[in-house]
Design a protein around this ligand. Structure first.
Ligand code: ATP
Ligand SMILES: Nc1ccn([C@H]2C[C@H](O)[C@@H](COP(=O)(O)O)O2)c(=O)n1
Length: 416
């Protein structure tokens, strides 16, 4: 049975992304027994703190988490190491938060944290304070901040190592907080933003003008997907010319002007924006595919793959397993005939990223191309189903890649 928390019930479990991107999991035990806690996040002689907010698909909570994240990057927390923390457990809904490691361990960090939490208004998140015991064991004291500078100790429990859960703790909540499987789910998130993001109203007006459940016309619809700099723009333009098709892209031009606004928002809001963009593009595809073949540069698979890779910390192995429901195409979104996933080696992607002369330094480019994130995006693409992504090696010359793409289109959609 899971370790008993102070109340004797199954206590919460916690997961932080430790060194080497492994998940380090721990839980609380009322007793003094239990395996030694994971040492990797307890700086000696420093101190550690934690705070979490509900990870439910709620705009206020998503914005609170984002606000805390931004504040913990500033001022008195500059000397601290701040790790992403997930709190999960049999009886508790998922919470997202931070583990703050203060190597110096002075009282000022705790004071600054209290001030930060009190400034959030009523019912601030609980503050976890970790301290070493006489025999080197680790204890968590959970404090509730009360009015007039007071605070109440809710629990003092021993920190012990916990087995890594079979699924990454963020997987069960993906379909409500990052990957939207219906227009209504995405719309309800953006609707909660109209009071503080004026552009949200404009996006809703545009999506509400689109017919529900857009139906594809008789001409083929081909989507080109892939990481940035894999050659999507190059391929879509060449295919468009070769097939005398209509070229569309997601997000559509009518809302692309607001990307930066939504890119600055928490994942929940950002991905809901891109999801609504897909439903707007679907209405454009429906109309265009009655007149000619349609080529689309990014569509739902991009929205889902980038959201999954953003929410699932650590290694590629932490992704939801193949055939998980999160990879299934939304039932209310127009489905393409063929999705081609362009893939190139990280080395080739570095060459192409540098070839574009973007402002990134060579080191940034190499880090970006080789980090775990693009690997998780690409693996998520490969696990998509109904329709799946058909992989295309886009490393060869532009001409050869175009030949391959046109061959696959003809093979799958017939001669056009
Ligand atoms: N087959 C190819 N061989 C060599 N270079 C290529 C090839 N295809 C595209 N490129 C070059 O790679 C760079 C990225 O191509 P492109 O902009 O088409 O990629 P993309 O996937 O659309 O990128 P993003 O998603 O970031 O817009 C460009 O400089 C382009 O000229
Ligand atoms: N349908 C889409 C299109 C794009 N996105 C997101 C995914 C990335 O964060 C970013 C890449 O876009 P690009 O820079 O290639 O224009 O936009 C999405 O979520 N859904």
């Amino acid at each position: 049975a899971p370790p008993a928390g102070a109340s004797g019930q199954a206590g919460p479990c916690f997961a932080v992304e430790g060194p080497g991107s492994d998940l380090v999991c721990f839980t609380l035990s009322a007793g003094a027994s239990g395996r030694p806690e994971p040492r990797c996040f307890v700086p000696a002689p420093g101190r550690c703190y934690s705070l979490c907010v509900p990870a439910a698909s709620s705009v206020p909570m998503a914005r609170l988490h984002r606000r805390l994240q931004q504040r913990l990057r500033q001022g008195p927390f500059g000397r601290c190491r701040v790790l992403g923390l997930l709190c999960y457990g049999a009886q508790a809904a998922l919470e997202k938060g931070f583990l703050i490691q203060d190597p110096q361990g002075g009282p000022e960090t705790e004071r600054a944290l209290e001030e930060l939490l009190r400034g959030l208004g009523e019912l601030p998140p609980l503050l976890g304070v970790y301290e070493a015991g006489e025999r080197g064991e680790l204890w968590q004291c959970l404090w509730a901040l009360r009015g007039a500078g007071g605070r109440e100790l809710l629990r003092r429990a021993r920190v012990v190592a916990a087995e890594e859960p079979p699924l990454h703790p963020a997987v069960p909540g993906l379909s409500h907080a990052a990957v939207f499987h219906s227009l209504e789910a995405a719309r309800s998130v953006v609707e909660q933003c109209t009071s503080f993001i004026p552009e949200a109203t404009a996006v809703l007006d545009l999506v509400d003008k689109c017919p529900k459940q857009s139906k594809k016309g008789e001409f083929p619809v081909i989507v080109i997907e892939g990481l940035d700099a894999t050659g999507k723009t190059t391929v879509t333009q060449s295919v468009n010319d070769s097939l005398n098709a209509l070229l569309l892209r997601s997000p559509p031009a009518c809302i692309s002007q607001w990307r930066k606004t939504f890119d600055d928002e928490p994942t929940l809001i950002r991905r809901a924006f891109y999801a609504l963009g897909n439903y707007i593009v679907a209405s454009e595809i429906a109309k265009a595919s009655t007149e000619s073949p349609v080529v689309v540069d990014r569509y739902w698979h991009s929205t889902a793959a980038y959201a999954i890779a953003t929410e699932i910390s650590g290694k590629v192995q932490n992704l939801p397993p193949a055939h998980h429901e999160v990879y299934q195409w939304p039932e209310d979104l127009l489905k393409p005939d063929l999705v081609l996933l362009l893939t190139v080696s990280p080395e080739e992607r570095i060459r192409r990223l540098q070839g574009r002369g973007l402002e990134k330094t060579e080191e940034e480019t190499e880090l970006e191309a080789n980090s775990l994130f693009p690997q998780k995006v690409e693996e998520s693409y490969k696990r998509m189903e109904n329709p799946r992504c058909q992989e295309v090696d886009a490393s060869p010359s532009r001409e050869e890649v175009l030949r391959t793409v046109l061959y696959l289109i003809k093979k799958h959609c017939g001669s056009l």
